[in-house]
Design a protein around this ligand. Sequence first.
Ligand code: GLA
Length: 350
Amino acid sequence: MHRECTIFDTLPDGRTVRRWRLRNDEGAEVCLIDLGAAIQRLAVPDRSGIVADVVLGFDSAAPYLEAPYFGAVVGRFANRIRNGRFELEGNAYQLALNDGPNSLHGGARGFDKQMWAGEWVETGDGPGVRFSLDSPDGDEGYPGAVTVSVTYVWTEDSRLIVDYAARSTRATPFNITQHSYFNLAGVVGSEGSVLDHELTIPASRYLPIDETLIPLAAAAPVQDSAFDFRTAKAVGRDLGSQHEQLALAGGFDHNWIIDGSGFRPVARLHDPASGRTLDIRSDLPGLQFYSGNFLDGTIAGKAGVHYGRRCALALETQYFPDSPNRPDFPDCTLRPGALFSSRTMFTFSC
Ligand code: GLA
């Protein structure tokens, strides 16, 4: 494994952003940056051995402060909280509203906008980088001082293991995810599209949403609907179908309730053209599949490529949206004395 830490860029306020690179003997590599603990580059071979970068991102640091979470770790609460409001242990909390009437992805300055402290680590699974962050009591309106770490391990067989750990001094909602946008063909300009990618999500139910993308009262079966990905299906196959839920989100932007529990498969993405496959496993209950509906070509990313609608998609492992207001959902409360510990693994093959 080849390892290298270099200066990626300097932010307008003078802060230095480092880039941590891990390249295995296959020539597959992952590059991580301190800003947002983000995956800046993830390059893997196709079936003829051609290595291409399969994630959206930037060649410089400042755009990460504005971008919609490209490659970043998202928290303290990934996804939406209705009206940015919740109650915990008898206290009411109001968060900043940064997505219509709701709070999205930790608020105005969530984990994705923070500078994390990186260090090399050796783990039983292989070498990696651990990013640590202190989120103070009251950060973005959330209770409790939280110390959080995200450890990325890159293996010789192109598995990216993402281990999350956190503790809090007071009870707080806690929901953390990795927000990479993937295009397994390598992101190929504004014509790039994930509509031909084949997606599998082992989930019998998903969470229908209201017009602000907050889950409705009840889950729905995927059976006989555009939301059934239990067997591999092209992302674009049912995207154009007349489904009220697709109209509300402008495509897929929903949470699937992954069948089973414990560390298990949550998604498989396959690009028939290149042969690249991504398998995702996680111990978290839900998966947000977002089909890149809000990308509109205005953002110019790496090598000046404009990121058009559906040029990439996100598969975010997480607790269910609006969990702090939903006693019927798995409890996402992190309490003092408890250790939050969770793993998501991205396996690349071809
Ligand atoms: C998540 C959300 C989407 C969108 C993106 C960022 O995937 O579910 O609605 O906010 O993040 O644009």
